[in-house]
Design a protein around this ligand. Structure first.
Ligand SMILES: Nc1nc2c(ncn2[C@@H]2O[C@H](COP(=O)(O)OP(=O)(O)O)[C@@H](O)[C@H]2O)c(=O)[nH]1
Ligand SMILES: [Mg+2]
Length: 377
């Protein structure tokens, strides 16, 4: 069958076009761009069919600095792109925006699914917007490729917030490892700060490593819990409590109010014995209702007090510096690991070394040394 004589190379005929049809069939499907994020929040998806004017580095930079939300969304899409050709441009945009970033308070929120994180962000976010703040909400969810539905769930939980001009909600970039998601989220923070958002809220699901990762990008870290039936302290790992600056017992409303207040004092006792996550700050537990908004102004007072304290003591600045340096070495480690495992000689050697190890022909130490020698050769 003869291929269509299409003038533009990136269009093709839809499946249902009759076989011998000529140009009278005007409909052409434009191939979608690959490895771009779903283009959620902020981008008006209706315009995606129209071929958009490509932007220069300065277009991106100026657009972001002017708080052009459309360009902001596109700048984030650019840095989220896995396409190597976008990489250099993204880094140039970031470099130019970097001097304009850093001036926000970064708040991390973790907790099991259903604890009420998104509802809390809606409540707190609306409260902050009314006070004149600009709020950006990002999610770090390395599992988001599997649970795409949760994005929709979150958007409906943050219904009012998502309509606000001074709010920007960006779901987790899809695809890749926690390391990849983290890099993109960190760079997205830079862009949002340069645009003028003074509060950045990062929501993460309480699974595995993601809390540790989010802790390493934020100033204030909050754990959202719900009062369970008695043995509250069982479900959560002590390790997470050592990372947080406050615990919220959410859903302290209706019949739950009493239980929440008991849980609150239990957690306060437990926190008392832990090393503070932030030098000079004693983490405490609070009971709130994200749904009704009860306790939200008080939560904000606590966060403001925290901010004053860490800015005064120098912990704020020191932590930001430490976090940037840690980020550099994390990326170096990730890249070295990738290079090692993608090396063909190493890959071949790994196969035979696994056999030798199983047969006790080589010690693990010598096996590791051998692999590294092969890698470096
Ligand atoms: N009664 C009550 N329900 C809440 C509260 N906060 C959240 N919820 C409900 O809990 C469910 C999960 O909330 P969501 O914010 O999506 O939790 P997330 O998974 O932690 O983001 C939803 O049905 C919310 O309406 C609260 O303060 N009180
Ligand atoms: Mg949520």
């Amino acid at each position: 069958m003869k291929k269509q004589s299409s003038k533009t190379s990136n269009t093709y005929k839809p499946d249902w076009t009759p076989e011998n049809a000529g140009d009278e069939f005007a409909v052409r499907v434009v191939k979608g761009k690959q490895s771009q994020s779903a283009g959620q929040a902020g981008s008006n998806s209706g315009s995606s069919e129209v071929k958009r004017k490509s932007l220069s580095v300065d277009d991106y930079v100026n657009g972001v600095l002017k708080f052009d939300r459309n360009i902001l969304a596109r700048a984030i899409t650019l840095i989220e792109s896995n396409n190597p050709t976008h990489h250099d441009m993204a880094q140039e945009v970031l470099k130019k925006l970097l001097p304009h970033s850093g001036k926000s308070l970064r708040i991390g929120i973790t907790g099991v699914p259903g604890a009420g994180k998104s509802t809390l962000i809606e409540s707190l976010g609306m409260y902050l917007i009314k006070q004149g703040h600009k709020v950006a909400v990002l999610t770090v969810d390395p599992s988001s490729t599997v649970t795409k539905g949760s994005i929709l769930g979150d958007k409906t939980r943050m219904e009012n917030l998502s309509k606000e001009k001074n709010c920007f909600i960006r779901p987790s970039p899809s695809g890749g490892t926690l390391g990849g998601v983290t890099r993109k989220s960190r760079e997205t923070i830079t862009i949002c700060e340069a645009a003028g958002f003074d509060i950045i809220i990062i929501e993460t699901v309480g699974v595995g490593q993601s809390e540790v990762t989010v802790r390493s990008m934020v100033d204030f870290f909050l754990l959202v819990l719900i009062a369970g039936g008695g043995d509250e302290l069982q479900g959560i790992k002590r390790g997470i409590m050592e990372l947080v600056d406050a615990i919220l017992i959410n859903k302290a409303d209706g019949d739950n109010e009493n239980k929440a207040s008991i849980a609150r004092s239990d957690y306060n006792k437990a926190l008392h014995y832990l090393q503070p996550a932030t030098k000079g700050w004693n983490a405490q537990a609070f009971a709130v209702s994200a749904l009704s908004g009860k306790g939200i102004p008080e939560l904000w007072d606590v966060i403001k007090k925290f901010e004053r304290m860490i800015k005064h003591s120098g912990v704020f600045e020191q932590r930001r510096k430490d976090q940037s340096i840690e980020w550099v070495f994390r990326m170096v480690e990730d890249s070295l690991r990738d290079e090692f495992y993608n090396n063909e000689k190493v890959q071949k050697a790994i196969t035979s070394i696994k056999v030798d190890i199983a047969k006790d022909k080589i010690t693990p130490t010598l096996a590791a040394e051998k692999l590294l020698r092969i890698f470096k050769s």
